[in-house]
Design a protein around this ligand. Structure first.
Ligand SMILES: O=C(O)CCC(=O)C(=O)O
Length: 368
């Protein structure tokens, strides 16, 4: 079939015959980055990219982070933390999922699935750090009742965490020069081995910079869209009750539908590999997705519209800290003046798309 030939051809074009994401030993020049990766819509990992950041040597220490963040305010700094019972926020889960992770007797029917958003709690930074690390350091190997992922996709590093800004560069200079703009958002993600981000795509050029721990990515090019089985799911919201330690998961009212990728590449015990393969054969039987691990000091460049699924391994302190630096290259190109289009007005739908992109640029995205 033609589309399947396209999958193979794009693979070879994107990653050559090795099937591996290319790793550069040092940062590219802006020209090399633009020519060899951005314009070819091709991911790469850049090693030795941020070794000069103080964050790399200091952020494994709780006391350093707590002290640095506390200097900006008299009380403990507050940060946004996403709480779920299973580490899967903005993911497709059964509506009756609560605390039933180990129930293998009744696999969920697709009718009962929903797009679940985390309970977002603003809590003092030291408390957030303790909650995240204690999950990793849980020695009796039982699944904790609450899994915390400190993150907020609203440029949070430059707001909630601004007291740490001297520990990192404010942008990635070779990327800013190549893309002609500064990052639209710099988000920090602090999680543990249970924090997971489901398959989705972004219309940004993303640079993921790992500070401590490791990030594990599964990547699929935009041409593999059919393999993601994108469907509309009703939006639902977790609520966490601190006094009982329990969650509820309720559908939003009025009902709102979110188009999202259906495939979970790591099926749970209730969703066996065989049953998932039967539901999503194009994913499980198609060409092997690209997998890569990003280490401290490295940056993954992920071109816009590539599907990605993210997991992590914590450092010795029990956490992974990474940045997601988002560049809106398209907005920059759009803003360049071209004399021949001076009097051309864009069709209404295109104009609305661009305006809504600009509005949403630093907000959560709830579209796969
Ligand atoms: O680090 C993560 O868990 C997910 C980051 C991500 O996928 C994104 O920002 O688009």
């Amino acid at each position: 079939m033609e589309i399947e030939t396209l999958w193979e051809e794009v693979r070879e074009l994107s990653l050559g015959k090795s099937g591996r994401v290319e790793r550069l030993d040092s940062p590219p020049t802006p020209l090399q980055f633009l020519r060899d990766f951005v314009s070819q819509n091709k991911p790469c990992i850049i090693s030795n990219a941020t070794l000069h950041w103080l964050a790399l040597s200091n952020w494994s220490s709780d006391s350093y982070l707590i002290e640095a963040l506390s200097t900006s305010s008299s009380s403990a700094p507050m940060v946004s933390v996403h709480l779920t019972p299973n580490g899967r926020a903005d993911a497709i889960v059964p509506l009756n999922d609560i605390n039933k992770d180990n129930d293998v007797s009744s696999p969920p029917s697709s009718a009962s699935l929903c797009f679940a958003s985390a309970h977002v709690q603003h809590m003092p930074f030291p408390e957030a750090l303790k909650l995240i690390s204690s999950t990793s350091n849980n020695s009796n190997n039982t699944q904790p009742k609450v899994i915390a992922y400190a993150q907020q996709q609203n440029d949070c590093f430059r707001s909630e965490y601004s007291a740490l800004s001297d520990d990192c560069d404010s942008d990635i200079p070779w990327a800013s020069e190549a893309l002609g703009c500064h990052p639209e958002a710099v988000n920090i993600w602090i999680g543990n081995h249970l924090s997971e981000t489901s398959f989705h795509k972004d219309h940004y050029e993303n640079l993921y910079a790992v500070v401590t721990g490791q990030k594990h990515f599964i990547l699929l090019p935009p041409t593999d869209v059919h393999r993601m089985y994108i469907q509309d799911y009703p939006a639902a919201q977790y609520s966490y009750f601190q006094d009982t330690g329990e969650f509820t998961l309720e559908l939003e009212k009025p009902v709102r539908y979110v188009p999202w990728c259906s495939v979970n590449p790591y099926p749970s015990a209730a969703e066996t590999k065989d049953s998932e393969t039967a539901k999503f054969p194009l994913y499980f039987r198609g060409p092997k997705p690209f997998e890569c691990t990003v280490n401290p000091g490295e940056i993954l460049y992920l071109p816009s519209m590539w599907f990605h699924h993210v997991r992590q391994s914590p450092d010795d302190s029990g956490r992974t800290i990474a940045f997601d630096i988002k560049y809106a290259y398209f907005n920059f190109l759009q803003s360049i003046h071209h004399p021949e289009t001076e009097n051309t007005t864009l069709p209404k739908t295109e104009r609305e798309d661009i305006e809504s992109d600009a509005e949403n640029s630093s907000r959560d995205e709830t579209e796969c």
